[in-house]
Design a protein around this ligand. Structure first.
Ligand SMILES: Cc1cc2nc3c(=O)[nH]c(=O)nc-3n(C[C@H](O)[C@H](O)[C@H](O)COP(=O)(O)O)c2cc1C
Length: 163
C-alpha cells in the first residue's frame, strides 16, 4: 500500500529489458501499464538502431506514437521508463513526455543501461515534465534485469511507493 491513489507505469523498450523492469514494478505495485510504441518500428539490427537513434537525438526528432496512452487525470504517480540511448532517454519517450501536461504529477524515472547508468536521462525527463515532482529514479543493468527484484522492492520502499 502507498499514499498514491493510482499508479501508471509508462515505458518504451526496444529489446525487452525496460519492459521486464516495468513488469516487475507493475507486479510490486499493482499499477496500470502503458507501453510507448512508435508508428515506425526501430530496426532490430544493433548498428542500424544505434545510428538512427544518434541521428534522431541530434536533430531532436520526435517519432510519432501509435497512441499517447491513457488519460492521466486518474493517475497521481507515473513511472517513466526508457533504455539509455546515447546517455539520454529514447526519442519515443521524449515524444510521450512532450505530449502531456505533467504538472502536479509525481514522476518516477527508471532506466536500463549497459554501463552509463542514468547519465543525462533523469535531467531530460525533468526538462520535459515541467511542474512535475520527480522522485528518485533507478538505473538497472540491462543484462541483469532478471535479478532486479530485491533492488526494485528496496527502491519502492525508499520512495514510499511500497510499505
Ligand atoms: C541506440 C542505442 C543506444 C545505446 N546507448 C547506450 C549508452 O549510451 N549507454 C549505455 O549504458 N547503454 C546504451 N545502450 C544499451 C541499452 O541502454 C541497454 O541495452 C538497455 O537495457 C536496452 O533496453 P531495452 O531492452 O528496453 O531496449 C544503447 C542501446 C541502443 C540500442
Amino acid at each position: 500500500m502507498n499514499s498514491f491513489k493510482k499508479i501508471l507505469v509508462v515505458y518504451f523498450s526496444h529489446s525487452g529489458n525496460t519492459r521486464e523492469i516495468a513488469r516487475q514494478i507493475q507486479e510490486a505495485t499493482g499499477a496500470d501499464v502503458f507501453e510507448i510504441v512508435p508508428v515506425d518500428p526501430y530496426p532490430t539490427d544493433y548498428d542500424a538502431v544505434v545510428d538512427q537513434a544518434k541521428h534522431e537525438l541530434r536533430t531532436e526528432y520526435r517519432p510519432i506514437l501509435k497512441s499517447n496512452g491513457p488519460d492521466l487525470k486518474a493517475f497521481d504517480a507515473i513511472f517513466v521508463g526508457s533504455p539509455n540511448w546515447w546517455s539520454t532517454i529514447a526519442p519515443p519517450v521524449m515524444t510521450w513526455l512532450s505530449a502531456h501536461d505533467l504538472s502536479g504529477k509525481t514522476i518516477v524515472p527508471f532506466i536500463t543501461h549497459e554501463g552509463s547508468r542514468q547519465a543525462k536521462s533523469v535531467q531530460d525527463v525533468k526538462r520535459l515534465s515541467p511542474g512535475a515532482t520527480l522522485l528518485d529514479g533507478r538505473a538497472f543493468w540491462g543484462s541483469d534485469v532478471n535479478n532486479s527484484r530485491e533492488d526494485i522492492q528496496r527502491w519502492l520502499r525508499e520512495i514510499k511507493l511500497l510499505s
